[in-house]
Ligand binder design. Sequence first.
Ligand code: MF3
Ligand code: CO
Length: 291
Amino acid sequence: MSKKIGRNDPCWCGSGKKYKKCHEEFDSKIVHYANMGHEVPDHSMIKTPEQIERIKESCKINIAVLDYVAENIKAGMTTEEIDKLVYEKTTEMGGIPAPLNYEGFPKSVCTSINEVVCHGIPSDDVILKDGDIINVDASTIYNGYFSDSSRMFCIGNVSEEKRKLVEVTKECVEKGLEMVKPWTFLGDMGQAVHEHAVKNGYKVVREIGGHGVGLEFHEDPWVSYVSKAGEEMLLVPGMIFTIEPMVNMGTDKVFVDEKDNWTIYTADRQPSAQWEIMVLVTEDGHEILSY
Ligand code: MF3
Ligand code: CO
């Protein structure tokens, strides 16, 4: 919002239209919110229709990868085998797994079982057993555009307690999603997520959040799921971010594995669940891009 554009100059969004016929009014609306003290997005967080189309292509692969995992995941399998499924499906469709070599991450996907909150590293030594709950978090780069979503899988006979955690966490994402519309705030979404978790006796991880995504793996804004309505960043059409709360059965405290510097565990070793969707803010609401 800082660069001065003439009213007859081409709009910053790349539409080719004059600024005054395109985003001028939109920008002044944002400035109005900023003047009221709200955090507001800058132009780099607002995707153009062309970028959105390309990001959707990446999402298609990400969804297909998770569908492929869903068809094949079973007790007795190692998380290394899940990694292979993800690598094969992603590359077969022309994509690159975004986690691979991302800040030194050694595998193509995150696999987080039971008390692992997130960023579990696939391994030959980790075998899925009856009663486990696992999050498989896939992210794809396609023609330079990023997608990111994750699902939970219940392996065999899962206890009623753990199954409920998985279900309620999914509901948390849905409750948050309902709040996503332009000219509201990220905190409206975050509060809805948090309230539903707390109502069911759970806690939401505070230190790890979601993020903008599309042109990069992790973009601004950082997204909290313990935020308050009316707070956090203003949402405007063209923003894309993730809803990916980590919901814990016990304490919300977590710690990172000192040996691998990636794996996050619950401090009390009680189970944690997470679902992640990637959402676009549209003119009149939202659209789910990846799930
Ligand atoms: N997919 C994770 C997310 O939701 C990111 C994992 S980073 C990795 O943001 F390197 F561990 F893959
Ligand atoms: Co994410």
